[in-house]
Design a protein around this ligand. Structure first.
Ligand SMILES: Nc1ncnc2c1ncn2[C@@H]1O[C@H](COP(=O)(O)OP(=O)(O)OP(=O)(O)O)[C@@H](O)[C@H]1O
Length: 359
């Protein structure tokens, strides 16, 4: 098969190259440049590209560096800043996969190949005659949540050659074949948060606007913040308050107020009901005959646990998740990713809406 391989210079995609080459495929490697404005966050790119060159040479594969810098800025960054400005919590990694890696890349280069491969920890499964996104063998490394917004067409063209390997095995393989990046640290989310100082970035684009930090239960002013856009529901660190722990539990965007609640066990930071809009099912709605309290599992952020719950379709654009257990930090704007009850198939995702943000 002719396969385009997206490589980052990291160990996972390097092992993808090794595996596919061993299977005898015809590979073309691509590194995507996604620097931010002013080159922000792109300092490691040259080092990464050198690593990719080395891997391409080692395996005798053609290698290209392609730029999607502007597309990244116009789509992912624009979305992230717009979302933060609205007081919501964005997920740039999800958008980067949908719009950049599997959007523009596919349109311009990937479509010329039989498949596009990445080092994501995910698998696919066929049920009936439809392909579904499915979870990785290594539940801690599973990255299906970052892929939960891609289209069926995108999914159909993708393969995830290391999704059936535990991370430890990936590293062992890299060491065994003397991959120069075998001991490289894992990156944390590709696109944005892992590479730059998030607060500096937000400050540069949205500025500073002082406002009060108020204890929700008592209405007492505890301090000042620099703008609601620096704070997200469920946040604990970076509030600068003594006598904590303090959690952000509510925001008033209109008046620039951040509400906090004290203590590990404060009920205010938990909820069991999540309201979702803009539901997207990757391989079509699995409950086309009706979705009323069907058993599912879900994630409301990137984390190893799959939370048991039920899902109901309550109106045209609204779905509701009722979680069995209380969920910490339900942040509007974030994606709730929907899995089957066995946490095997990833059906898609909806965007969390909520009452803890006053517009
Ligand atoms: N700049 C890039 N250019 C091309 N492909 C990329 C780039 N960044 C990430 N990828 C692809 O997306 C996959 C997932 O990226 P992520 O940063 O989450 O990976 P990771 O688990 O640290 O993997 P790796 O060890 O390969 O970097 C990578 O394995 C790679 O296939």
């Amino acid at each position: 098969m002719k396969i385009a391989v997206l490589i980052s210079g990291g160990v996972d995609s390097a092992v993808v190259v090794h595996r596919l080459k061993e299977e005898g495929h015809d590979l073309h490697l691509f590194y995507i440049r996604i620097g931010l404005d002013n080159g922000e966050g792109d300092c490691s790119a040259e080092e990464d590209i050198e690593m990719c060159r080395f891997i391409a040479k080692k395996y005798g594969c053609p290698f290209d560096v392609v730029s999607l810098h502007e597309e990244y800025w116009d789509n992912v960054m624009e979305y992230a800043l717009r979302t933060v400005r609205q007081g919501l919590t964005p997920n740039p990694d999800i958008m980067c996969n949908k719009m950049i890696k599997f959007g523009y890349f596919e349109q311009r280069w990937g479509h010329e190949f039989d498949k596009t491969a990445t080092g994501h920890y995910a698998t696919t499964d066929t049920v009936g005659n439809r392909v579904y996104l499915a979870t990785a063998v290594d539940p801690v490394k599973d990255q299906t949540d970052f892929l939960a917004r891609i289209s069926y067409e995108q999914l159909s063209h993708l393969i995830f050659p290391i999704g059936d390997m535990p991370k430890a095995k990936v590293r062992e393989t890299a060491i065994a074949v003397k991959m120069p990046n075998a001991f490289r640290k894992d990156s944390q989310g590709i696109c944005f948060l892992g590479k730059i100082n998030y607060n500096d970035f937000i400050k540069r684009h949205l500025g500073i606007k002082k406002g009060p930090v108020i204890q929700l239960e008592t209405g007492r002013k505890l301090g000042e913040h620099n703008g609601f856009w620096f704070h997200t529901i469920g946040q604990r660190k970076g509030l600068g308050l003594s006598g904590g722990p303090w959690y952000v539990v509510k925001k008033n965007i209109h008046d620039n107020v951040v509400y906090v609640s004290q203590g590990y066990d404060t009920e205010k930071q938990y909820g069991k009901t999540l309201h979702l809009a803009e539901m997207h099912f990757i391989s079509g709605n699995p409950w086309a005959d009706g979705c009323d309290r069907v058993n599912i599992t879900f994630k409301n952020r990137h984390m190893p646990e799959f939370l048991p719950a039920t899902l109901s379709h309550v109106s045209d654009d609204e779905y509701v998740i009722e979680s069995q257990n209380r969920v910490q930090g339900i942040a509007p704007g974030q994606f709730a990713v929907i899995y089957d009850a066995a946490s095997h198939l990833c059906y898609g995702s909806g965007i969390i809406t909520g009452q803890n943000i006053i517009l």
